[in-house]
Design a protein around this ligand. Sequence first.
Ligand SMILES: NC(=O)c1ccc[n+]([C@@H]2O[C@H](COP(=O)([O-])OP(=O)(O)OC[C@H]3O[C@@H](n4cnc5c(N)ncnc54)[C@H](O)[C@@H]3O)[C@@H](O)[C@H]2O)c1
Length: 370
Amino acid sequence: MRVGCVKEIKKHEYRVGLTPENVHAYCQHGHEVFIEAGAGEGSGFSDGAYEEMGATILTSADEVWASADMTVKIKEPLADEYDKIRENQIIYTYLHLAADKPLTEALLRRKAKAVAYETIRDKNGGLPLLKPMSEVAGRLSVQEGAKYLEKPMGGMGVLLGGVPGVPRARVAIIGGGVVGTNAAKIAVGMGADVVIIDMSLERLTYLDDLFGSNVQTMYSQEATIESEIKKADLVIGAVLIPGRAAPKLIKRKYLPGMKNGSVIVDVAVDQGGCCETTRATYHDDPVFVIDGVVHYCVANMPGAVARTSTIALTNATLRYGLTLADMGLEGALKKSPELSGGVNCYKGRLTCREVAESLGMEFTELGSLL
Ligand SMILES: NC(=O)c1ccc[n+]([C@@H]2O[C@H](COP(=O)([O-])OP(=O)(O)OC[C@H]3O[C@@H](n4cnc5c(N)ncnc54)[C@H](O)[C@@H]3O)[C@@H](O)[C@H]2O)c1
């Protein structure tokens, strides 16, 4: 198969769909790989590094789109890319179609085979291609929180770990899933006093076993959240109810009772945020202040650490990508049935039920088209 990878054109997106090591793996499997010149620059991969591993560098995105049987990306195609998509081309990337009718219509019109990272489910029902980005965002959330607690950055001027004779900072993590657990690891490592609040007793038991006396676990109730965020220096919002908007657990009315210069990092902003005052921000202007509380609400946090994120994500996408290239989509579905959850568009039909319901469009069972 001819596999292509273009440079992302979304604002401040520095990740790339393939690493040079991935190129080596595709070539070892007998595939040809085309990379747009400069595609890996934002993640620190030069054209030469791709070439050394066997890729052909093409000067324009148009040439890559035109050459590839399968295009591997990170972000969803943007409007400028719609008409470059070819019939029967496999598009393997994050798509988030439930919130993007124009892209859905374009993929159907172009009759692409669209495989979305975010809807591939493993045998246990987990989301293996979302997890690496939650791991990154969780770890980064504490790093960013620590930065904005610094006085020149607008925070109260507190060091997370304290020093001998000075109290450590208190970090309240709401939601103890992948993001919350990774946030806790870093916060504990930096010496903070950490509380994790979750509504799942099973999850709290797991976290208690994992962290022992290094963290305090608490059951999620309105009164508990209000009292914990008032004691906290840094609050991490990390809740998720799959497929739904995040519950607004941090109410506007709690803010005046919080510490002046405290920081909320609302990682759940991509699902609308778990704080009533959250609004999405970008890396070039990531924070705003309400009632003295610094809000950090960047919806694509992993983009800030593009190199780590690219490697983490491609570690997870490579296996399915190789199967798609080796066997074509139809063969790959037989070998890895879990890939079927990822197929959102096929032969001009919408084959993801959740997307169809969200957009009020017609759904077709994938099996009926194969
Ligand atoms: N901003 C970004 O760049 C970025 C990056 C990655 C992930 N995210 C987002 O972070 C959020 C968390 O992702 P995740 O992978 O950790 O999800 P997850 O499913 O692993 O964990 C979510 C946790 O929230 C808990 N929860 C649900 N409702 C709750 C409530 N009312 N009170 C307390 N806990 C509650 C669940 O029990 C679960 O443990 C998601 O919205 C995800 O999309 C954002």
